[in-house]
Each structure stands twice: as structure tokens, then as C-alpha cells.
Design a protein around this ligand. Structure first.
Ligand SMILES: [Zn+2]
Length: 411
């Protein structure tokens, strides 16, 4: 058999199947055609040298904002895909029932990379979000209409994976817990999971978390004080343990204001690693502190999470959360979405949402991705050395963060 594409000589890590071994991987007609210890060069029309690299399922960013041009916070998914190893972006409620058709027609259907979406319980989606504008989409309950949400879910069932709600005083003003209850009712009626964002209380996590069902997602799970999942002592709050036992999915959703190294250290120390690592990438954090899913994964790696678990949290777990397990694994006959990654050694300074720095000796970088069988190299791999990029960010982030602390954007 002749193959279209051969990734040769890589270390294949597929957490879902438990495989971590040197393997060649061949793709034909957009599907994985063979995984073997040695597939000869001459059997493929195109060969990519993956020696020294990790061949993994294409990364799935469970929380991103990619309604580019249609919302102020949207980034261009196609521009970010190869750089971040991402083959599937899940947009977390940028669009609501009132504008998901535009998102679908103008972005999802035109993108080379795969895009799926949570529909916002708010009819208008996230419509007022920038450094200087902050009008929460749940601050007027007239916008939270479960019937409209369920109708949109059904009309776009092929691309919709759940319902999104942003609760908290920034996203919901004085609405309290009501947006969460309305979103839960819509999710129940639609038969899909709910992704719940928390920011600053009210409502606090202690009101939101007990409402979430098995398979629902708490995003911003490692957010800083106030509304952090740990006490000041570092002890994990009991409602987090109860939620994990019940099967609520903990998702990082790093973003601009939602990841705290100290919280992450405390959670990991007590055995509560995140289920899913996502970036919450949007226009106001794509140049730091979140950057993209690979940077977020590198931070968890630097905090001591094992490489295979970091990869699992960006492949198998998000695929399960969206009930599309075939996207998060590498199987013969399966979809040909692959990430070719490298562990680069050096000195890298990572920064969290509070401006705290963490120095690491390695980070993940992307050589490129395969989407639907087509090789898509990361052209930007050597634009700026990683050390320069992170140190530049670390230098000016302290100034920015001071301003941000008293600002109003908390995603
Ligand atoms: Zn978000």
C-alpha cells in the first residue's frame, strides 16, 4: 500500500491507548493507515522526519475564543493552529443563540482547523469584552433565554458540544446564580454538558459547584483569590473534592486572569491535577500570559505534572468531555489529526495571571500538525527564541498586571 504521508522516527505518545514507544505513523485519505515500528520511506508520497520529536494526537483546546472578527476577543484559529499543535479548537461561548449562525458560516466552515463550540446561555454571546469595555453578557437576565439556547443547540448539533455560562460579578453583574440555573436547565433539555466559568463572587464557587453534574465542566479551576479552590493555607476546599468525586471536570482555562501558580502547586500537592489543560486563548492573552495551549501545558509540566498526563489532559480528556473520543487518540482507521511536538531544553520564564514567574528547564514546542491528512508546519517556530519571548513578557507583565489587578476583565 502507498501512503500519502509518513511521520518517521518519532516517539509516539497516545495516552488514550497507553502507547509510548518509537513508532512510524502513516496517513492515507485523511485517516491513519498504519502505526508500526518501521514503515519504509519509499511507501509514502511525503515523509516528515519526526526523529527527536513526540508524535501525539492533535491537541484539543477545550476553552478558546476563535470567533475572529465577530467578537472583540476572538483570535484567528488558523493562525494559531500549527504554532500550538492544536487541531481542534472548542470555542467557549463566544457566540450565543443570536449569532452562532454567523460564527458557523463565516468562521467554522471556512477554517482549515476543526472548530466546535459551546453555545452561550446569553443570546448575544460575549459581546462587550476588551481592556476598556466590560459589559458582562449575563448582567441582563433578559438575554439568558433557555428556549433560544436549546433551539440553537439543535439547529447546529453537528458543531455544538455543550452550553456555556459565565457567572460571577464581572460576567453577570448582580444576576447572582440565576444565569447558572438557566444554563443548567438548557443543558439538561439539550442533553449536553454545561461549562461553567467562575470569576469573582458573587456568586462564589461554593454556589456554582454543587449544581454541576457528572460531566459538567468547571473552567478556571485554578483561579487566584478571591474564589480560589484552596484556602490561604493551601488546603483544598472540600467542595472541590466533592465535585471531583462526583465526576465534575476540572478545566484550567488559563486566559488573562485565571491561573495562579501557587494555587496550582497546592492543588497538585493534594493530588487534584486538572482533568483538562486549556488555554482560554483570546485577543487579550494570546501575547501572554496564556499564549496558547502548549505554553499552558508547559507550565503544568514545569509544576511537576508528568508528560504523559499533560498530554492526556490536552487529548483524551477534552475529547471525552465533548463526547468525541475518536479525536483524542491515534488509531489505525481513525481521523488523521496529529501534533508533532518537541521538548525543548533551555531556560524559560513562565508567568501566571498575577505576574509571578516560574523558571523551567524545558518546554513543549510544535513542529507542526497534521489535519485531515495534510502536513501543516509551524512556520513561526524560530521567529523569536522562547527565552527572549518569555523574558520580554515577564519584564513588562508586572506593570500590566498591576493595572489589571484593579481592572475589570477576568476571563
Ligand atoms: Zn473564556
Amino acid at each position: 500500500m502507498q501512503f500519502d504521508l509518513l511521520l518517521k522516527g518519532g516517539r509516539l505518545i497516545d495516552p488514550a491507548s497507553g502507547l509510548d514507544a518509537p513508532r512510524d505513523l502513516a496517513i492515507t485519505n485523511g485517516r491513519i493507515a498504519a502505526i508500526d515500528a518501521d514503515i519504509p520511506f519509499e511507501r509514502a508520497a511525503r515523509v516528515i522526519d519526526a526523529s527527536g520529536s513526540i508524535v501525539a494526537p492533535g491537541l484539543i483546546d477545550l476553552h478558546s475564543h476563535v470567533y475572529w472578527g465577530g467578537t472583540s476577543l476572538g483570535v484567528d484559529a488558523d493562525r494559531l493552529a500549527a504554532r500550538s499543535g492544536t487541531t481542534t479548537f472548542i470555542d467557549a461561548g463566544s457566540a450565543g443563540a443570536g449569532n452562532i449562525l454567523g460564527f458557523r458560516r463565516h468562521v467554522i466552515e471556512r477554517s482549515k482547523v476543526r472548530i466546535l463550540a459551546y453555545v452561550n446561555i446569553s443570546f448575544a454571546g460575549i459581546f462587550g469584552f476588551s481592556h476598556s469595555v466590560a459589559v458582562g453578557e449575563c448582567s441582563d437576565l433578559r438575554l439568558c433565554e433557555p428556549r433560544e439556547t436549546v433551539a440553537a443547540v439543535r439547529e447546529h448539533a453537528d458543531v455544538v458540544v455543550g452550553v456555556k455560562v459565565r457567572s460571577g460579578r464581572h460576567a453577570g453583574g448582580t444576576s447572582g446564580i440565576a444565569p447558572v440555573d438557566l444554563a443548567l436547565e438548557a443543558a439538561d433539555q439539550a442533553g449536553l454538558p454545561l461549562m461553567a466559568h467562575i470569576d469573582e463572587p458573587p456568586p462564589g464557587r461554593s454556589e456554582v459547584l454543587p449544581r454541576l453534574r457528572k460531566g459538567d465542566i468547571l473552567t478556571h479551576c485554578f483561579r487566584p483569590f478571591p474564589n480560589a479552590p484552596v484556602f490561604a493555607s493551601g488546603a483544598v476546599r472540600p467542595d472541590m473534592r466533592l465535585a471531583r468525586e462526583r465526576g465534575v471536570i476540572f478545566d484550567i482555562g488559563h486566559g488573562m486572569g485565571s491561573f495562579d501558580f501557587e494555587v496550582a502547586k497546592a492543588m497538585l500537592k493534594e493530588g487534584l491535577a486538572p482533568d483538562v489543560i486549556s488555554s482560554d486563548v483570546h485577543l487579550y492573552c494570546v501575547d501572554g500570559p496564556a499564549f496558547d495551549i502548549l505554553v499552558c501545558m508547559s507550565k503544568l509540566l514545569a509544576l511537576g505534572m508528568p508528560l504523559v498526563e499533560v498530554l492526556r489532559a490536552a487529548t483524551q480528556r477534552p475529547a471525552a468531555a465533548i463526547a468525541r473520543p475518536h479525536l483524542g487518540t491515534l488509531k489505525v482507521g481513525g481521523v488523521g489529526d496529529v501534533a508533532v511536538l518537541r521538548l525543548r531544553s533551555g531556560s524559560f520564564t513562565f508567568v501566571d495571571s498575577l505576574g509571578a514567574a516560574l523558571v523551567a528547564e524545558q518546554r513543549l514546542v510544535s513542529d507542526g500538525i497534521v489535519i485531515g491528512g495534510t502536513w501543516w508546519p509551524n512556520e513561526a517556530a524560530d521567529d523569536l527564541s522562547d527565552t527572549e519571548r518569555f523574558e520580554a513578557h515577564a519584564r513588562h507583565s508586572h506593570v500590566e498586571v498591576a493595572a489589571r489587578h484593579f481592572g475589570h476583565s477576568h476571563d
